[in-house]
Write a protein that binds this ligand. Sequence first.
Ligand SMILES: [Zn+2]
Length: 76
Amino acid sequence: MAFNNSKTLCPFCNGVNKCSAESESACWCFEVQIPKSLTALLPIGLIDKSCICLACINAFKENEHLFKEKYGPKQN
Ligand SMILES: [Zn+2]
């Protein structure tokens, strides 16, 4: 799949990530622990550039295997 590199869209589901890191209020993403194994699924160039949305973080925590099947790199 193709990853977008927009700062406002989640690189996994292409949903609005609601990140407000660049606005005046602190963003929710500063308070959420994003698993390293989740960011590891992103291409190197996108890590720390694109914000992952809360829905994807929760989906990953709930069922890592399912999440990888949906968004992770294709085996073979
Ligand atoms: Zn997402």
